[in-house]
Design a protein around this ligand. Structure first.
Ligand code: SF4
Ligand code: ZN
Length: 343
């Protein structure tokens, strides 16, 4: 006999929840998933009535589920939020152009305003052009740094109070693991936070309503709800380091299903010993964005691209920042070291 839904005991179960192991019918799963996101939002007081909130939308499953659930909960529980979609166009032919079509359809389906900010407009470079110069090894560093700032710029243009992103539990666990492996204590301390307040001018507070949602459940939710999302991977997606962390976590999860939540829990409860040196936040002397160095990462990467010295922003070249700012020429040796893309 097919299993009955363990919640309503009325209908037939169509899935076993990865998070709890419960057999549920479609409706009970939808309800459980949505309620958990609602509980996350309420418990962490992510929003205040009257706020305008930009949903970072890529057309992928996470942000599509986020937009769908945010709209639904905003109506179901009268959050009183004004929701909008913000998308970043990295300029990746055959990938982002297609996924942005999905976002445009989502905009119609959810009747939300949409703002698209592009790398080309903001930086004068598309990812296609960047990859041509830097190759396929460090491209995600450029893309990640530019995206962070691009989203903030989009949010400032839309005058939203907050940005919410579709980061799920698996993403957060991966990031904890990666920061441990890299010894990046400052990021390790920040990366499990469900929301970050504004750290300075032009930086919009962010939050992650899907922080405790398992990726597997997001996929099931999108599938059973028949949401319109784009599932192709980026054509420039080596991101080897994250890939290893991801595979490692998946392997662990197959032996111990609670791995993801356990790692998040560890990250949340870590405290950093007093006296550990943390970067001091200041502002970039060129663009005014937050930075712990004279120049922000984005400006350094951009300078490297514009000068044909792609290695400038990769690795530690802080002592060159002052030289760049005062427009002093680099020595031949410095140039040579920064030119090669074999890094
Ligand atoms: Fe950008 Fe890398 Fe993500 Fe592609 S995989 S969108 S290049 S960060
Ligand atoms: Zn800058």
């Amino acid at each position: 006999m097919p299993a009955q839904c363990s919640s309503c005991t009325d209908k037939r179960a169509v899935l076993k929840r990865p998070k709890t192991g419960h057999s549920l019918c479609k409706e009970c799963f939808f309800w459980a998933f949505e309620e958990e996101v609602h509980q996350t939002i309420v418990a962490a007081e992510l929003f205040k009535s009257g706020e305008s909130v930009g949903i970072a939308a890529s057309g992928g499953k996470d942000s599509t589920v986020l937009a769908h659930v945010m709209k639904l909960l905003n109506e179901r529980y009268n959050y009183g939020l004004e929701l909008m979609l913000i998308s970043v166009d990295e300029g990746i032919t055959g990938y982002r152009d297609d996924s942005l079509e999905t976002v445009k359809r989502n905009q119609q389906q959810y009747e939300l305003p949409l703002k698209i900010v592009s790398y080309e407009e903001l930086y004068g470079w598309t990812m296609d052009a960047i990859v041509k110069q830097v190759g396929l090894k460090n491209n995600c560093t450029f893309c990640g740094v530019f995206r962070r700032q691009a989203l903030d710029r989009g949010a400032v243009m839309l005058k939203v109070d907050k940005i919410c992103t579709g980061h799920n539990a698996d993403d957060v666990a991966e990031t904890v693991l990666m920061n441990v492996l890299r010894g990046d204590i400052a990021r390790l301390r920040r990366c499990t936070a469900i929301s970050t307040s504004s750290e300075g001018e032009g930086v919009v507070p962010r939050c992650k309503p899907l922080k405790y949602a398992y990726e597997k459940e997001i996929v099931l939710y999108a599938y059973f709800k028949k949401l319109d999302y784009f599932s192709t991977e980026c054509i420039y997606s080596p991101n080897a380091y994250r890939g290893y962390a991801r595979t490692f976590l998946k392997d662990l999860e197959s032996i111990r299903p609670s791995t993801i939540i356990d790692i998040i829990h560890s990250g949340e409860n870590l405290s950093v010993r007093e006296g550990v040196k943390m970067p001091v936040q200041g502002t970039c002397s060129r663009c005014g964005y937050i930075s712990s160095q004279a120049l922000c990462k984005s400006c350094v990467l951009l300078e490297g691209l514009n000068r044909g010295l792609p290695k400038l922003g990769i690795g530690k070249h802080h002592r060159l920042h002052d030289k760049i700012l005062s427009q002093q020429p680099l020595t031949e040796k410095e140039e040579r070291k920064l030119k090669s893309v074999d890094f």
